[in-house]
Design a protein around this ligand. Structure first.
Ligand code: Z5A
Length: 215
């Protein structure tokens, strides 16, 4: 495929908190498995020992973190994950399904925290070596719906979840406005089954060619 990372297929699920990303990533992996193809699933930030350590700081630190420092924690995690897990899997012809990727950084660090777009875009290219997804599925959900789903889970809130509504509206606007030939929006207020069916249609359309003959 055209992602610059080998012959595999790189799929990314994006969206605001509580949109259903993790639910969909797990379902996609199970669906690939049911078809006899294994998929590597990764969550961002995280997925390697160094990336998990950076995640803990970025999400759970009790200290204030300067926006640029937060960016570099997240990009340190991404750089390590891309080099150690994602690129090798793509080069081996595998499917990779990521829970968040670069679009999250444009949403949270650029729109949310106010860092300059061009500088962040350049830092992203450095962190990923220019790796781009074959398909980004954006789960569209109003901020309040996502936050209500999160509240029902009664988890301890992380540094991002504690931000005010204006922050989350800026984040959502980036997702709502995301466009490009490899970006598909799905209405995540629909049932899980409806979201999964639409997602699978998009995934098979993109990956049919690459997946032919894979195990
Ligand atoms: N972050 C960043 O700042 N910059 C970056 O570049 C990156 C990340 C990569 C990671 O959090 C944080 O890192 C993120 C931004 C920052 N913080 N925030 N906020 P995360 O990804 O680990 O956490 P999250 O985004 O808040 O995701 P989540 O809490 O795991 O939500 P989700 O994955 O989108 O949803 P879910 O867990 O699949 O589902 C939530 C609930 O809704 C659950 O009970 C489901 O059963 C239910 N659900 C799912 N789908 C549906 C539908 N269709 N209908 C009804 N209910 C549903």
């Amino acid at each position: 495929m055209g992602h610059g990372g080998g012959v595999g297929v790189f799929l990314v699920v994006e969206g605001p908190e509580g949109a259903g990303k993790t639910t969909l990533v797990r379902w996609l992996a199970a669906q690939f498995l049911a078809e006899g193809r294994s998929a590597l699933t990764v969550r961002e930030p995280g997925g390697t020992p160094v990336a998990e350590a950076a995640r803990k700081l970025a999400l759970k630190s009790k200290h204030d973190i300067a926006p640029a420092a937060e960016l570099f924690l997240i990009l340190a995690a991404r750089a390590d994950l891309v080099e150690r897990e994602i690129r090798p899997a793509l080069e081996a012809g595998k499917v990779v399904v990521a829970d968040r990727f670069d679009l999250s950084t444009m949403a949270y660090q650029v729109a949310g925290r106010g860092l300059p777009r061009e500088d962040v875009a350049a830092a992203l290219r450095l962190a990923t070596g220019g790796l781009v997804p074959d398909l980004t599925l954006v789960l569209d959900v109003p901020v309040e719906v996502g936050r209500e789903r999160q509240r029902r889970l009664r988890k301890e809130q992380d540094r991002f979840e504690r931000q005010d509504d204006a922050f989350h509206e800026r984040v959502r606007a980036v997702y709502r406005d995301a466009s490009g030939p490899r970006v598909v929006h799905l209405d995540a207020t629909l049932s899980k089954k409806a979201v999964q069916e639409s997602a699978w249609r998009e995934v098979t359309a993109v990956s049919a060619h690459s997946l032919r003959g894979m195990s």
